[in-house]
Design a protein around this ligand. Structure first.
Ligand code: PEP
Ligand code: MG
Length: 903
């Protein structure tokens, strides 16, 4: 690994690393080192590298050198702190935390207070002068260690804790006294012994080593694997382990712990955002154990620490040039920084923050483009609840992750998954979520919790997934056992419809209607970014889109086959039509005319069927060319198999059979049935479709070409600027294309002569079969442009038909990690992509000015757009609604490749 200067070095002191060493030290370790080097108050410690983890994962054992290196770093830490790990009379305690390059829920939770034992707990009590604190710390260690290192069911500890509180008739853990906690420690140790089959280790170093290995192991928990697949994080990165000397937020009212954001992660506004909890440790804040106070209240609780924290937050934001989130602890009035990272944010905040940082002079436009992405823009284009709708408000929580979600109430993850698999939309309602809820959260439309703040598990994970979430809706009493919630006397049972608004935090009973998002209103031209009442988000999106349009090389076209879609596409920024599927023009009432064509026995019948279709096709094209005046319109000649235009075989058979039994069989139905039988194909995807149809049905393609040419001529004569391009589908060999072209050229010449126009029509082909891609050099002899049909190319390269496989085995393939993502969503770069790349090169070698585009679904997929930029296509074409995303990603791709060129 190039970052690792010394491949034998597995441990780095916090003073040795920096923020750019995330591959080696993980995000947490790299940022702890960065903060240490910035002179911020970070408790001393060290990081074990991801390389050590990789060795462990490969061989099942930690590298031999690791133990000695850890010993050396531990000794240095002990010398610095003036006490030894687990020392009986005055123990050094440490935390052990996982920390991969990317933050990853599902990995091992932190273990705090390592070094406490039956002996050292007494020393800690004496040293701190606080017996209660010492025993509280010890019970927390056994609990966390038991659960995360020894795999004991965490509920057993929770239940024992609840029982202890109930016995004392108190509701919060801070009301338990030293003697209660002592008793609890005894119980916890018993739980460990019976459940884990071993005693809780009394040796401090053993505790630490076991915890380190547990972190390594946690890389491969099911939850972590699921998350990696979801987020497309490679499975072989490994995690680092951070060993950090403990500071204590549970030393009384002058201590506490909190989380903070340098800006509001929901709106992007600068200010004081976060939660603080007095006399608490570690996960208490995010776990929603007790109710936190807003960070601003810290000013009155501990002004000195508050002021220092504000100063540090400013330093961090200027240093990272981004929104940072922070974990801190105050130990008896002394502030300590436990973690910082560039914080997750909502999609809207991402756009606003990017432009705010440009205005503050912290980043430039190219960098601003890297701070947002197409998935976020897509999220902003979701509809939201209609303000005018009559609603029944149930309660209000914290707006944790935006969006408008409607679904049936479910109270556990299992039901969420089960119901969503059967097509139901569900809202997962929990008191609070934990990592075990991950799959349920993925399955749900939205997540609603009654406890926890903006930084609770539910909020953080939902934001990361781009899923609507309202958390901490305290008026709701969630009863998971009875699968219902009550609010103000009203009972909401499992299956009742609820609507949650992740942008306002409001929770409604029933289904609230939705309206388009302001960002869509802006793209539609119904809201102007410069208008006085335009909201901040729209203004930010407008600016970012302008940056993207300025730098992008790829042009963006639309897949559209009627004027309405074409006009919307144009408003959304389309620079032409990349795919007009003419088969869509033959449906509805015209279907019968196509039937006539199919049933034609004689030339006369066929010609009259085609003659009837011609004016209709021509009128379609006139409308389309008018709506895209001045821009290219790629018209694809008829593609799908003919039986798609015929009645269903079973239905028709029944109709004919019934008619025959009544002895009034209809001649036309009989002919239709014969045709249906004749044209029936086992695998129509590979059958008589595309160019093959054009070659076997005389006059079909000629009619379409004539309609295009005559429409263009008419537009020209009306002083329009039509720019049609004729595209032939499913070509596998240049000979097919040559035959179609000869006929097309003849028809065009006739129309030009008859209308006195020079139409400058171009003729090209789709590249959607492996053979076409492999012989692209030859095909380019006859094609003026290529458009990659990555839908069919994916099907034919993989050898599966989308309609069949997605429903049958894709879930299993995704679960097994064979795909990180469906190859129909994101282009399979190594297989399908390799063919696109080589075909593009071969095509251009034959015809340097060959125009190259893509019109499969991948044209609007963010990651695929980057790939198409890289292989040098001229344009991508996608459905109208995805055009803004494609524009943005094309801009991001260009800015990225410029950045790497200049490096
Ligand atoms: C394709 O195959 O990628 C394509 C655009 O054509 P269709 O989806 O219409 O088969
Ligand atoms: Mg196709």
């Amino acid at each position: 690994m190039s970052e690792n200067k010394d491949p034998q070095k597995f441990v780095y002191d916090f003073t040795e690393g920096n923020k750019d060493l995330k591959d080696l030290l993980g995000g947490k370790g790299a940022n702890l080192a960065e903060m240490t080097n910035l002179g911020l108050p970070v408790p001393p410690g060290f990081t074990i590298t991801t390389e050590a983890c990789k060795v462990y994962l490969e061989s099942g054992e930690a590298p031999t050198a690791l133990r000695d290196e850890v010993s050396a770093h531990l000794s240095a830490l002990e010398a610095r702190m003036g006490k030894q790990l687990g020392q009986a009379d005055d123990p050094l305690l440490v935390s052990v935390r996982s920390g991969a390059k990317f933050s990853m829920p599902g990995m091992m939770d932190t273990v705090l207070n390592i070094g406490l034992s039956d002996a050292s707990v007494v020393g800690l009590a004496t040293q701190s002068g606080d017996e209660r604190f010492a025993w509280d710390s010890y019970r927390r260690l056994i609990q966390m260690f038991g659960k995360t290192v020894l795999g004991v069911d965490g509920d057993l500890f929770e239940e024992a804790l609840e029982d202890a509180k109930a016995a004392k008739k108190v509701t919060v853990d801070t009301d338990l006294a030293a003697a209660d906690l002592k008793k609890l420690v005894k119980q916890f140790k018993k739980i460990v012994e019976t459940q884990a089959g071993r005693e809780f280790p009394q040796n401090a170093r053993e505790q630490m080593d076991l915890a380190i290995n547990a972190v390594f192991d946690s890389w491969n928990t099911d939850r972590a694997k699921l998350y990696r697949r979801q987020e497309r994080i490679p499975g072989d990165l490994g995690t680092a382990v951070n060993v950090c000397s403990m500071v204590f937020g549970n030393l009384g009212p002058d201590s506490g712990t909190g989380v903070a954001f340098t800006r509001d992660p929901a709106s992007g506004h600068q200010g004081v955002y976060g939660d603080y909890l007095t006399n608490a440790q570690g996960e208490d804040v995010v776990a929603g154990i007790r109710n936190t106070v807003p960070l601003a209240d810290l000013e009155s609780i501990d002004k000195k620490s508050y002021d220092q924290l504000m100063q540090i937050m400013e330093t961090l934001e200027n240093h990272y040039k981004d929104l940072c989130d922070i974990e801190f602890t105050i130990e008896r009035g002394q502030l300590w920084m436990l973690q910082t990272r560039v914080g997750k944010r909502t999609a809207g905040a991402a756009f606003r923050i990017a432009t705010q940082l440009v205005d503050q002079g912290l980043i430039d436009e190219a960098e601003a483009l890297q701070r947002v992405n197409g998935a976020q823009l897509a999220q902003l284009m979701f509809p939201r609840f209609d303000d005018e709708a009559k609603t029944e408000l149930l309660g209000r929580g914290i707006a944790a992750s935006p969006g408008a979600a409607v679904g049936k109430a479910v109270f556990d993850s299992y039901t969420a998954i089960k119901w969503s698999r059967s097509g139901e939309k569900v809202i997962l309602i929990r008191r609070e979520t934990n990592p075990d809820d991950l799959e349920g959260m993925i399955a749900a439309e939205g997540i609603l919790t009654s406890r926890g703040g903006k930084t609770s598990h539910a909020a953080v994970v939902a934001r990361g997934m781009g899923k609507t979430c309202v958390c901490g809706a305290e008026d709701l009493e969630v009863d998971t056992k009875r699968r219902r919630m009550t609010v103000g006397g009203k009972v909401i049972e499992e299956g009742d419809l609820v609507s949650i608004d992740g942008s306002t935090g409001k929770v409604y009973l029933g289904e609230v209607p939705v309206v388009p998002s302001p960002v869509v209103e802006y793209f539609e031209g119904r809201m102007h970014a410069g208008a006085d009442d335009a909201d901040e988000l729209v203004a930010a999106v407008h600016r970012i889109m302008a940056y993207a349009d300025r730098v992008r090389r790829l042009r963006v076209r639309a897949n559209a086959d009627n004027a309405e879609d074409a006009l919307r596409a144009r408003r959304f920024g389309a620079q032409g039509i990349g795919l007009c599927r003419t088969e869509h023009m033959f449906l509805g009432e015209r279907r019968e005319m196509v039937e006539k064509l199919i049933l034609a026995d004689t030339d006369d019948e066929r010609e009259s069927a085609l003659a009837a279709l011609l004016p209709l096709q021509k009128a379609d094209f006139i409308e389309l060319f008018e709506s895209m005046d001045g821009l290219p319109v790629t018209v694809r000649l008829l593609d799908p198999p003919l039986h798609e235009f015929l009645p269903d075989i079973t239905e028709l058979s029944v109709r004919v059979a019934l008619a025959e039994s009544r002895k009034d069989a209809n001649e036309n139905d009989l002919r239709l049935l014969q045709a249906v039988h004749k044209l029936h194909e086992q695998n129509p995807m590979l059958g008589l479709r595309g160019v093959r149809l054009g070659l076997v049905i005389p006059g079909l393609f000629a009619m379409q070409v004539r309609a295009i040419a005559e429409a263009a001529a008419q537009r020209k004569n009306a002083k329009g600027d039509p720019r049609p391009e004729i595209m032939i589908p499913l070509v596998g060999t240049v000979q097919e294309l040559e035959i179609v072209r000869e006929e097309a050229d003849r028809v065009i010449a006739e129309v030009q002569a008859a209308t006195g126009t020079d139409l400058k029509l171009t003729i090209g082909t789709m590249i959607e079969l492996p053979r076409a891609a492999l012989t692209a050099g030859q095909i380019a002899e006859a094609a003026q442009f290529f458009s990659f049909g990555t839908n069919d190319l994916t099907q034919t390269v993989w050898g599966f038909s989308r309609d069949d496989v997605e429903a049958s085995f894709f879930t299993a393939y995704l679960e097994k990690g064979i795909f990180g993502v469906s190859p129909f969503e994101t282009i399979d770069k190594d297989g399908v992509g390799a063919l696109v790349r080589s075909a593009a090169e071969a095509g251009r070698a034959t015809r340097p000015d060959l125009k190259l585009g893509v019109c499969g679904e991948h044209g609007g997929d963010p990651e695929s757009v980057h790939f198409f930029h890289e292989v040098g296509l001229d344009y991508v074409s996608c459905s109208p609604f995805r055009i803004p995303v494609a524009r943005l990603e094309a801009g991001r791709a260009a800015a990225q490749s410029r950045g790497s060129d200049s490096r």
